[in-house]
Write a protein that binds this ligand. Structure first.
Ligand code: CP
Ligand code: NVA
Length: 299
């Protein structure tokens, strides 16, 4: 029997696994067949269980499952019994009897972990408060396809030490590229970097210095709406703008996972500049997730 594998965090992936997924995603994007069947998800159903809003993740998984020959089933957590208090362990065991894999977007990382403990089908993390591993796979593919060496590029994070920042830290730990995060005091990432190549500063210009990839994200994530106004004050010096760009390396690319708040964490000018990879970044969610689904579900 095939070993049951999940995709809950980049922390659980080896460097080789990450590189294989990126290789396969790039090949899929070029339209190259894999070693297995043309439609690796034929006859398979994949649940998309969402506890939070989504544009990119929801649509790219839905389309990706379809393109691989499978059947996506969108489940809003409010519309199923989970939303009325049915326990995760019961939901996981029941859905495992119908589905072949499940993609989950929720709040605590412990929710996807609990689901995976009881599930007999692969569970994919489509964002928790702690991490966003599918997004970082897409980001790495985006940088790699522009010609950056993802082992040596200098990457910077400017803004909140949130789910995205945590997953970037895991990526830097696995791949070894130098990574500097600039976060305001009180907003450090929950993941404590335990390697030489990851550093934390309070100075966005220091983070941007010589950077080839500068990434940011909203100041208030989903679930933090009530803190938006105080966060707007706390983050006002942490905008990705022209000043930041002046200190960066050459080449330099700007990333944002979207949705973006223009005029807050990033300027309109930079989002629309020649340095921005934001639209390719969004597209690449589709390719990396197809590679992931193929990997987890191929016989
Ligand atoms: N970047 C991202 O995950 O976008 P959505 O919230 O629209 O899925
Ligand atoms: N940090 C953001 C990412 C959205 C894709 C959030 O969690 O809302």
């Amino acid at each position: 029997m095939k070993e049951l594998r999940h995709f809950l965090s980049l922390a659980d992936c080896s460097k080789e696994q990450i590189l294989n997924l990126l290789r396969r995603a790039a090949a899929m994007k070029r339209g190259e067949p894999g070693k297995g069947p043309d439609l690796p998800l034929e006859g398979k159903s994949v649940g998309l269980l969402f506890d939070k809003p989504s544009t990119r993740t929801r649509v790219s998984f839905d389309v990706g499952v379809y393109q691989l020959g499978g059947h996506p089933i969108f489940l809003n957590s409010r519309d199923i019994q989970l939303g009325r208090g049915e326990p995760i362990r019961d939901t996981a065991r029941v859905l495992s009897r119908y589905l072949d894999a499940i993609v989950i977007r929720t709040f605590g990382q412990e929710i996807v972990e609990e689901f995976a403990r009881w599930s007999t089908i692969p569970v994919i993390n489509a964002l928790t408060d702690r991490s966003h591993p599918c997004q970082i796979l897409g980001d790495l593919l985006t940088l790699q396809e522009t010609g950056l060496d993802i082992f040596t590029m200098k990457a910077a994070w400017i803004g909140d030490g949130n789910n995205m920042a945590n997953s970037w830290i895991y990526a830097a730990q696995k791949l070894g590229f130098p990574f500097v995060l600039a976060c305001p005091e009180g907003y450090d990432p929950a993941v404590k970097p335990d390697c030489e190549n990851v550093k934390l500063t309070r100075d966005p210009l220091e983070a941007a210095k010589d950077a080839n990839a500068i990434s940011t994200d909203v100041w208030a994530s989903m679930g933090q709406e009530k803190e938006a106004s105080i966060r707007r004050q706390d983050f006002q010096d942490f905008q990705v703008n022209h000043d930041v760009l002046k200190h960066s390396g050459d080449p330099v690319y700007i990333l944002h996972c979207l949705p973006a708040h223009r005029g807050e964490e990033i300027t309109e000018e930079l989002m629309e500049s020649e340095h921005s990879l934001i639209w390719n970044q969004a597209e690449n969610r589709l390719h990396v997730q197809k590679a992931l689904l193929e990997d987890l579900l191929s016989p």
